[in-house]
Design a protein around this ligand. Structure first.
Ligand SMILES: [Fe+2]
Ligand SMILES: [Fe+2]
Length: 182
């Protein structure tokens, strides 16, 4: 069997490697969840909301790739696990964004736990690297919170919902330049 020696030396602990692989899986689940939500919005003809969710999916894929690259960069091994099936239906746009905020809050908790683990392992590089995700979660929770707040204001007004749909459709994915591939 061919043995790939790679960088020769693993620079992360087994425990950290496992936790980062788990987070990679969580990011892919997020992508999966938002893709399912995009599909839901397509079925109720809110194309702008769907666009917003497709963009969110791309962001989550980016988060996953960033972890993938980081594990490899540290001489670790990426192990991909099964991704859970996300829900396929929601009662309303409001219910979707309530679920989204809840999910992002959960992910923030996972990122915090990863940082505590990095500290525990005296893994400075991982601790610093993961700060990017801390900032990203602040932004994500804030964005989702804004959408949720507006949906609460709109209540049952179809007119307002259609105006908001137009605005939601303007969101596009722009990968952060500096942090790009890694
Ligand atoms: Fe993420
Ligand atoms: Fe997210």
């Amino acid at each position: 069997m061919f043995t790939a020696y790679g960088k020769g030396k693993k620079m992360i602990s087994q425990k950290m490697q496992k936790a980062l692989n788990d987070q990679l899986n969580a990011e892919l689940y997020s992508a999966y969840l938002y893709l399912s939500m995009a599909g839901y919005f397509e079925t109720i003809e809110l194309k702008g909301f769907a666009r917003w969710m497709y963009t969110q999916t791309q962001e989550e894929q980016f988060h996953a790739m960033k972890l993938h690259n980081y594990v490899l960069e540290r001489g670790g091994k990426v192990t991909l696990g099964a991704i859970d099936a996300p829900p396929a239906d929601w009662d309303s746009p409001l219910a979707v964004f309530e679920a989204t905020l809840k999910h992002e809050q959960k992910v923030t908790g996972l990122i915090n736990d990863l940082i505590y683990l990095a500290r525990d392992q005296k893994d400075n590089a991982s601790e610093i690297y993961l700060q990017w995700y801390v900032n990203e979660q602040v932004e994500e929770e804030s964005n989702v919170g804004t959408v949720l707040g507006r949906l609460k204001l709109i209540k049952d007004s179809p007119q307002a919902l259609f105006i908001m749909d137009k605005e939601m459709g303007l969101r596009i994915f722009t990968p952060p330049a500096a942090e790009g591939g890694t």
